[in-house]
Design a protein around this ligand. Structure first.
Ligand code: NAD
Ligand code: DAU
Length: 331
């Protein structure tokens, strides 16, 4: 099958391209190459590449020529950046999704929207993991924009009969993740002996899902998901401080690097999703966060400094200062 993978130069999108190429699918990538997009992630993978914006109907039509399906990974994806500046999140995550859906409708293409467990908002400790029919209770500008994209998908299914499904994945980890989110930021900082800024008490909980397991779920939904179907992709639940302790163990960095800093505004305490629906299609994860997943990820960053060191550019340093300088000064 010829598949358009939007956001294919990003973290999870590039793992998905690797998966499809290995299986002999024909892959076209449409990616704007924002700060998070990196063509090095696609090195050695046979694909057709288009640099462009998913919110631009002309760029979408050109890239999608001959494709039978669109899988949309393209997004502004970092919660902290959405707090510093939400506008771009609406343009890409809501309007961009609607432009892709319109193309899928007009050309009769299969469509998969890669969404997030964050749309359910935080789940009280002890409460059952969210099923797909749980209400949308987005907390951050990022999760609200992803929820807006999801609602567009469901509206296009119902109103126009588009053959579209949605995946809602948990916190994803693995190689090739831009060093701004918890895992790649703390691993690379720990390797460099830099401070590790833990928001608040660090007792927030997330589910950790390996990028390859996430992509296996998305692929299954692409091939077998129902039109209008929503599918959670779960991970293994950990408290943030447990994750930080794991990073210290695997990097050998000093616990003195840990700083508890001012919390993220609107910070969700816990995410947890029930993936029974996807498991019923045949999905099961093959990586374990505690037994190898985190250790392998730390090893990848240790061995691939030439991948991440150039990403800590002047733009990155400006973002880092805006996000962390006063927090770290006050800690
Ligand atoms: P990422 O930030 O690493 O990559 C996003 C990619 O999209 C980049 O290559 C970027 O250049 C591209 N992009 C951004 N705006 C674009 C636009 N307007 N047009 C075309 N391309 C554009 O993100 P990721 O972590 O790989 O996440 C991929 C998808 O998975 C996102 O939709 C995200 O919401 C979702 N998701 C991520 C996680 C996670 O933990 N990282 C978990 C669940 C769901
Ligand atoms: O749950 C899926 C979501 O996971 C995806 O949709 C998002 O794209 C992805 O960014 C991620 O969102 P989170 O906000 O959960 O991930 P992040 O890595 O930013 O933060 C994970 C936890 O670590 C969260 O409780 C905040 C905390 N944290 C994060 C950073 C960057 C810190 O304590 N310090 C930090 O510097």
């Amino acid at each position: 099958m010829r598949v358009l993978v939007t956001g294919g130069a990003g973290f999870i999108g590039s793992h998905f391209v690797r998966r499809l190429v290995a299986q002999g699918d024909e892959v076209v990538v449409l990616d704007k190459l924002t700060y998070a997009g990196n063509r090095a992630n696609l090195a050695g993978l046979e694909h057709e590449f288009h640099q462009g914006d998913i919110a631009d109907p002309v760029a979408v039509a050109q890239a999608a020529k001959g494709c039978a399906a669109i899988v949309n990974f393209a997004a502004e994806s970092h919660v902290d950046r959405s707090i510093l500046g939400p506008a771009e999140f609406i343009t890409t995550d809501v309007l961009g999704t609607q432009v892709l859906l319109t193309h899928a409708r007009d050309r009769g293409l299969r469509f998969v929207q890669v969404s997030t467990d964050e749309v359910y908002g935080d789940i009280p400790l002890g409460a059952s993991p969210s099923t797909e029919d749980a209400p949308i209770r987005a907390s951050s500008p990022y999760s609200a924009s992803k929820a807006g994209g999801d609602l567009q998908v469901l509206a296009y299914v119902r109103t126009f009969g588009v053959n579209a499904s949605i995946t809602r994945g948990a916190n994803t980890y693995g190689s090739h993740q831009f060093p701004e989110k918890l895992l790649p930021l703390f691993i690379t900082n720990a390797l460099d002996g830099l401070q590790l800024p833990v928001y608040g008490d660090g007792k927030q909980r997330r589910e950790w899902l390996h990028a390859e397991d996430h992509c296996a779920g998305v692929e299954l939904v692409l091939r077998e998901g129902e039109p209008g179907g929503v599918y959670n992709v779960s991970g293994q639940e950990r408290e943030n401080m447990d994750v930080v302790r794991g990073i210290l163990d695997h990097t050998g960095a000093s616990p003195d690097l840990v700083r508890h800093v001012e919390d993220r505004p609107g910070h969700d305490r816990r995410y947890a999703v029930d993936s029974s629906k996807l498991r019923a299609l045949g999905w099961s994860p093959s990586h374990s966060f505690g037994s190898g997943g985190l250790a392998d990820t730390v090893a990848w960053y240790r061995e691939n400094r030439d991948w991440w060191e150039p990403l800590k550019s002047d733009e990155y340093k400006a973002y880092y200062a805006e996000q962390y300088a006063s927090r770290l000064d006050e800690s």
